[in-house]
Write a protein that binds this ligand. Structure first.
Ligand SMILES: Nc1ncnc2c1ncn2[C@@H]1O[C@H](COP(=O)(O)OP(=O)(O)OP(=O)(O)O)[C@@H](O)[C@H]1O
Ligand SMILES: [Mg+2]
Length: 526
């Protein structure tokens, strides 16, 4: 039985047709995945279903009856709830208080105990353990997501929509969530799951619907499809996949050390030691991958190198110059490009248009600046050239950055960062939330930068990505480099062990192929 059915739904934003006559149905007891490139219209379609947007045309039926939602509250009254990427929780309230928020009459009903009990039961049933009395600010991102889910279940949601829920989770948490989704479907709920990760989709879904350019391409059974076909359906062409090629001969200063990190220590936001005596070298024409579970110092490492965080000890040298105490602007001037983890925080300015975002780093230079003034025509040309070179899908250079889909925001950021011919690129999760086509494009851009002679420090949680792109891989655990190995022929089991903190010291004694590129696999004494 169809739990929900969208028929001929069209949704426009100005001149953009985000959903063009889309028909989509999900059944009771299934996990139905929604796939599509960045900007294909997935979030829009689900926001229509969840009552956030009103469609320009088309209908929504719940259990066979047509409904007209004017708000998310109307939708939840019909049992439809959505877990957004940005959680809608009140930080200062407890889990139970958040669950009660917005419910009719919650002001009079002051008893939280029954709610807490019910939340605890729901948590038990679906493997969503979280203390109902904890305040939101005390919880990790993964726990906050559980609260969002529990809140919907508490309100009687029978259809739960997840918009890229695993993008914010560690691999372990993602695996847990996938188990939860299967349990919920087995219990008769209808789960709609959006993700760019094909492996996840294949692991969790019963059926898969593919959207392309705002239209439905097809719906397929999980059993009758595979990665290859899904990628082709999404993109409308064959994907080549990234060739994990040999380190290439580079022109110019081949093999020169562009980044050298020595004995680097730094504190995290909470004053704990986030980096402890890190030693790294990245040469021109080389990609050094940094593997590790999130929260093991990756962010701090990128921040210290790019001047956003102070080192407590140790040294960073970029192109031979000591930049340990330099400002971010001086580090940019030393030839460093930064693709940060939060593209909407340190990366882009969402409220500015594309053109202004593109010139953020270059506006002081000729020909964009003419004396004290900016040269409008030159800036326009510069922006248009980058938008087309980097294939950013956008109505015009005057569009606001926040209106681009996730993948296009990422391409915009790369366009700006890579256009300055950087000597060192610090790329943090460069393909997170990015579709397979754009992921491929970004991989090629990074490889092209390597061939050009840039040194690339690639931080990623995706081992496959690291193995495909890197020349060498270093594993960070609790702020320390556990070992550095050549990517080619690397033993995934060994890397996983290091990521879990195993083989603490003396990794070299295990007879593993060790890096011989001048890296000291340190066991720094503290
Ligand atoms: N509030 C909005 N105002 C204007 N345009 C919008 C708005 N929301 C989405 N769009 C546009 O509608 C199209 C579909 O966007 P949507 O967010 O639904 O894509 P998506 O498939 O979820 O992409 P992603 O995988 O990047 O999340 C895009 O071109 C996007 O720029
Ligand atoms: Mg989306």
């Amino acid at each position: 039985m169809n739990a929900v059915e969208l028929t001929s739904v069209t949704k426009r934003f100005g001149s953009v047709v985000a959903n063009d006559n889309v028909t989509f149905a999900a059944q009771v007891g299934e996990v139905h995945a929604l796939l599509g490139e960045n900007g294909a219209g997935k979030s829009t379609l689900m926001s229509v279903l969840a009552g956030l947007y009103r469609p320009d045309a088309g209908t929504i039926a719940v259990n066979g009856a047509v409904q007209h939602f004017r708000s998310p509250r109307d939708a939840i009254a019909q049992g439809i709830g959505m877990v957004y990427q940005h959680f809608m929780l009140v930080d200062s309230l407890t889990v139970a208080e958040n669950a009660m928020l917005g419910q009719a009459g919650h002001g009079v009903r002051l008893h939280t105990a029954p709610v807490e009990r019910e939340l605890a039961e729901l948590g038990q049933r679906y493997g969503l353990a979280v203390d109902p009395r904890a305040r939101i600010w005390q919880l990790s991102v993964g726990e906050q997501q559980r609260v969002e889910i529990l809140r919907l279940l508490y309100r009687g949601a029978k259809v739960l929509v997840f918009d890229e829920p695993t993008a914010v989770l560690t691999p372990q948490e993602a695996a847990g969530l996938i188990g939860t989704l299967r349990d919920m479907a087995a219990d008769g709920l209808c789960i709609i799951f959006i993700s760019h990760k094909l492996d996840e989709v294949l692991a969790v879904a019963d059926r898969i619907t593919v959207l392309r350019h705002g239209r439905t391409v097809t719906t397929v059974e999980r059993r009758a499809t595979n990665r290859h076909e899904l990628a082709r359906l999404m993109v409308g062409r064959e994907l080549m996949g990234v060739v994990a090629d040999q380190p290439q001969a580079v022109a110019g200063d081949a093999g020169v050390v562009n980044l050298e990190v020595r004995g680097l220590s730094a504190e995290g936001d909470k004053g704990v030691r986030a980096l402890q005596g890190v030693e790294l070298q990245v040469r021109s024409g080389e990609i050094l991958g940094i593997a590790g579970v999130a929260g093991n110092g990756q962010r701090e490492l990128a921040e210290v190198i790019t001047g956003l965080r102070r080192a407590t000890s140790g040294e960073v040298r970029i192109g031979g110059q000591d930049t340990t105490r330099c400002s971010p602007r001086e580090i940019v001037a030393a030839g460093v490009a930064h693709i940060p983890e939060d593209r909407n925080g340190t990366g882009l300015i969402p409220s500015l248009d594309l053109q202004d975002n593109l010139i953020l780093k270059h506006y002081r230079q000729q020909p964009l600046a003419r004396g004290l003034f900016l040269n409008g025509a030159a800036i326009g040309n510069f922006a248009d050239r980058l938008l087309s070179k980097y294939n950013v899908a956008a109505p015009s250079r005057a569009a606001k950055a926040r209106l681009l889909s996730g993948g296009n925001q990422q391409k915009l950021l790369l366009a700006r960062e890579l256009s300055g011919q950087p000597r060192l690129i610090v790329a943090v999760h460069p393909t997170r939330g990015v579709d397979v086509g754009a992921t491929e494009a970004i991989h090629h851009l990074l490889l092209a930068q390597r061939s050009r002679g840039a040194a690339v420090l690639l931080i990623s949680e995706d081992l496959d990505e690291l193995l495909a792109l890197s020349d060498r891989i270093a594993v960070l655990y609790e702020g320390k480099v556990m070992d550095t190995v050549p990517a080619r022929g690397a033993d995934v089991g060994y890397l996983g062990l290091l990521m879990a903190g195993g083989a603490q010291s003396g990794a070299a004694d295990h007879g593993r192929p060790m890096d011989t590129g001048g890296i000291i696999n340190q066991d720094v004494a503290h």
